[in-house]
Design a protein around this ligand. Structure first.
Ligand SMILES: *[C@@H]1O[C@H](CO)[C@@H](O)[C@H](O)[C@H]1NC(C)=O
Ligand SMILES: *[C@@H]1O[C@H](CO)[C@@H](O)[C@H](O)[C@H]1NC(C)=O
Ligand SMILES: *[C@@H]1O[C@H](CO)[C@@H](O)[C@H](O)[C@H]1NC(C)=O
Ligand SMILES: *[C@@H]1O[C@H](CO)[C@@H](O)[C@H](O)[C@H]1NC(C)=O
Ligand SMILES: *[C@@H]1O[C@H](CO)[C@@H](O)[C@H](O)[C@H]1NC(C)=O
Ligand SMILES: *[C@@H]1O[C@H](CO)[C@@H](O)[C@H](O)[C@H]1NC(C)=O
Ligand SMILES: *[C@@H]1O[C@H](CO)[C@@H](O)[C@H](O)[C@H]1NC(C)=O
Ligand SMILES: *[C@@H]1O[C@H](CO)[C@@H](O)[C@H](O)[C@H]1NC(C)=O
Length: 469
C-alpha cells in the first residue's frame, strides 16, 4: 500500500555530556489517568483513549535538566505503557515505556515514571506503546524548553502552539489489531485529525455537516512557534497553512538551517517546529491542511485534515479550495529533496556511498525516513548505556514486529553505567513471582494466568556503525 512507502526509524539520540545531577534539579510532576471516552471526531461515535478526560492528552512542558515525574493510572481494560518518543531518559531504559525493557502496567494499576530530561531542547510527543493503542489516542505533545542561560537561535516567539496531525480510523485499536492479526491490510484511513478533531467543512460534498474542527487563534503581526507532530498510524502527511510561510526552525531537539517552506512532508513519528509570522491581511480565516502523501489524491480526498487559522481581526470565514499540495503525487523527488534540505539517497547503498554522506551539517534527531528503494545512513553515538528500542514508526509494521533492541554497555570502570532498577519496577513473565500485588483486588491480574505477559529476551546484536573519518 502506498501509505507504507515511507518508513520512519527511531534511533538513539546522541549526546555528549553525561553528568548526572538528579538531586539538584527541579522536579515537575504530572498525574495521568488514561481511560476511554466517547468522541466523534469524524462524526461517528467511538471510544477513544483520553488522558484526564481529554483527547488528545495534555502537553508536558518542562525545562531541560528537570526531573519529570509522571504517575500513570491505567483505567483501560488492557495493559499499558507510555513512551516518550525521542526523549532520552538519561541512562535509564527502565523509564522508556516499551515492551522488552519495561513490564506493562496492568489494568487498574498505576506506575510512576521518573526521568531527567537532559541535553535536549525541542519538540517531542508521548504515546501509549502497546497493543496498537496509539490508533485510539492517548498521545500529547512534550516540550523541553531551554534554560535561560542557554540561547536559542531565534527571537522568543509570541506564542507556542502544538498541533498533532495523524491519520484516523473510525474502527478502534482492538478492531484494527484484529485485522492485522488476521493478516489483513488496514486499508485507507477514514480521515486525518488535527488535534483530535475532524475536518472543517471546506466542501459540502466531501465533509459531512456537524463535525467539530480545530481553530487556532492568533493575533496579526505576531510570530508563533508551531510544533507539528505526526502521531498517526502509517500515513505520511503534507502540512501547510494557506498564504503563510513555514520557517523551519527545529526538529526533534535539533535546530535546523532556517528555511521557508510553503508545505512540508511530515512522516509518522516525526516532529517539527515552524516559526510562522501572521503577516496576512486577515481578509478571511486561513486553512490549516494535513493531506496524505504518495497516494492517488482523488481517491484520498476525504482523507484530509483541515483546521482553521483565525486572526483576531479576521473579516470572514475561510472559503474556496484548499491550498495546493506539492504537484508530484507519484514522484518522491520533491519530498526527498526536502528531506535532504533539512539535512539526508536513491538506489542501492554500497560501500562507496559512504563518500556521499552528509558529514558537515547532518542533524541529530530521533527519527529518519527511508524512502522506498532508497537508503538513509545514520551515525549513532552509543553513549547512553542501557537497552534501547530501535523500530519502525509506522504503527502497523511495528505491531507486526519491525523492531529490535540495542544493548549499549560500558565496559569501563566509571560511574557512567546504567541507573539501577527503580524501586517500583514491575515484574512480569518468568519473573512475575517477584511482583508484589498492588492491592488485593487487582493482584490476580498479574499473578494469575497472564501468560501473554512475558519479558522479551533482549537479543544482543552487533550494530554496524559506519565510521565517519
Ligand atoms: C472496539 O470496537 C469493537 C467493535 O469493533 C467493540 O466491540 C469494542 O467494545 C470496542 N472497544 C473499545 C475499548 O471501545
Ligand atoms: C511552558 O512553560 C514555560 C514556563 O516554564 C512558559 O513560559 C511557557 O509559556 C509554557 N509553554 C506552553 C506551551 O505552555
Ligand atoms: C501509584 O501512585 C501512588 C500515588 O498515587 C504512588 O505513591 C505509587 O508509588 C504509585 N505506584 C507505582 C508502582 O508507581
Ligand atoms: C467538492 O468536492 C467535489 C469532489 O471532489 C468537487 O467535485 C466539487 O467541485 C467540490 N466543490 C467545491 C465547491 O469546490
Ligand atoms: C521567510 O518568510 C518570511 C515571510 O513570511 C520572511 O519575512 C522571512 O524573511 C523569510 N525567511 C527566510 C530565511 O527566508
Ligand atoms: C488582502 O489579501 C488578499 C489576498 O491575500 C487580497 O486579495 C486582498 O485584496 C487584500 N486586501 C487588502 C485590503 O489588502
Ligand atoms: C486515481 O483514482 C481515480 C479514481 O479511482 C482513477 O480514475 C485515476 O485513474 C487514478 N489516478 C491514477 C494516476 O492512478
Ligand atoms: C564513582 O562515584 C563514587 C562516589 O560518587 C566515587 O567515589 C568514585 O571515585 C567514582 N568512580 C569513578 C571511576 O569515577
Amino acid at each position: 500500500m502506498a501509505s507504507h512507502s515511507v518508513v520512519s526509524l527511531f534511533f538513539i539520540y546522541i549526546s555528549l555530556f553525561s553528568s548526572l545531577c538528579l538531586a539538584d534539579d527541579p522536579f515537575v510532576s504530572y498525574e495521568f489517568v488514561l481511560s476511554y471516552i466517547t468522541a466523534s471526531p469524524l462524526g461517528v461515535p467511538q471510544q477513544v483513549i483520553a488522558i484526564n478526560g481529554h483527547f488528545p492528552g495534555p502537553v508536558i512542558n518542562v525545562t531541560t535538566n528537570n526531573n519529570v515525574v509522571v504517575n500513570v493510572r491505567n483505567k483501560l481494560d488492557e495493559d499499558l505503557l507510555i513512551t516518550w518518543a525521542g526523549i532520552q531518559q538519561r541512562r535509564s531504559s527502565w523509564q522508556d515505556g516499551v515492551l522488552g525493557t519495561n513490564c506493562p502496567i496492568p489494568p487498574k494499576w498505576n506506575w510512576t515514571y521518573q526521568f531527567q530530561v537532559k541535553d535536549q531542547i525541542g519538540s517531542f510527543f508521548y504515546f501509549p506503546s502497546l497493543n496498537f493503542q496509539r490508533a485510539s489516542g492517548g498521545y500529547g505533545g512534550f516540550i523541553i524548553n531551554n534554560r535561560d542561560i542557554i540561547p536559542i537561535p531565534f527571537a522568543t516567539p509570541d506564542g507556542d502552539i502544538t498541533i498533532l496531525i495523524g491519520d484516523w480510523y473510525t474502527r478502534n485499536h482492538t478492531a484494527l489489531r484484529r485485522e492485522l492479526n488476521g493478516g489483513k491490510n488496514l486499508g485507507m484511513p477514514d480521515g486525518v485529525l488535527i488535534n483530535g478533531k475532524g475536518p472543517y467543512r471546506y466542501n459540502t460534498t466531501l465533509v459531512p455537516d456537524g463535525i467539530d474542527y480545530e481553530t487556532i487563534d492568533v493575533h496579526p503581526g505576531k510570530t508563533y512557534r508551531i510544533r507539528v507532530h505526526n502521531v498517526g498510524v502509517s500515513t505520511s502527511l503534507n502540512f501547510r497553512i494557506q498564504n503563510h510561510n513555514l520557517l523551519l526552525a527545529e526538529t526533534e531537539g535539533s535546530y535546523t538551517v532556517q528555511q521557508n517552506y510553503t508545505s512540508l512532508d511530515i512522516h509518522v513519528g516525526q516532529s517539527y517546529s515552524f516559526l510562522v509570522t501572521m503577516d496576512q491581511n486577515a481578509s478571511s480565516d486561513y486553512y490549516i491542511v494535513a493531506s496524505a502523501r504518495f497516494v492517488n489524491e482523488s481517491l484520498w480526498q476525504r482523507v484530509t485534515g483541515v483546521g482553521i487559522l483565525h486572526y483576531s481581526n479576521s473579516k470572514g470565514k475561510a472559503s474556496g479550495p484548499l491550498p495546493d499540495p506539492p504537484n508530484d503525487q507519484f514522484d518522491k523527488t520533491f519530498s526527498m529533496n526536502q528531506a535532504r534540505s533539512i539535512r539526508m539517497d536513491y538506489g542501492e547503498w554500497t560501500e562507496n556511498s559512504r563518500g556521499t554522506y552528509n558529514k558537515w551539517d547532518g542533524i541529530a534527531r530521533t527519527t529518519t525516513q527511508v524512502f522506498p528503494g532508497a537508503w538513509t545512513a545514520i551515525l549513532i553515538s552509543l553513549d547512553n548505556v542501557g537497552v534501547w528500542n530501535l523500530r519502525t514508526e509506522n504503527l502497523d509494521s511495528w505491531y507486526l514486529g519491525q523492531e529490535t533492541y540495542v544493548r549499549v554497555v560500558n565496559p569501563e570502570e566509571t560511574n557512567k553505567t546504567e541507573l539501577p532498577m527503580p524501586d517500583n519496577a514491575l515484574f512480569c513473565g518468568s519473573l512475575s513471582r517477584l511482583q508484589k500485588p498492588e492491592d488485593i483486588s487487582s493482584a490476580t491480574s498479574i499473578l494469575g494466568s497472564r501468560s501473554k505477559l512475558f519479558m522479551i529476551l533482549v537479543t544482543m546484536i552487533y550494530v554496524v556503525i559506519s565510521i565517519f573519518c
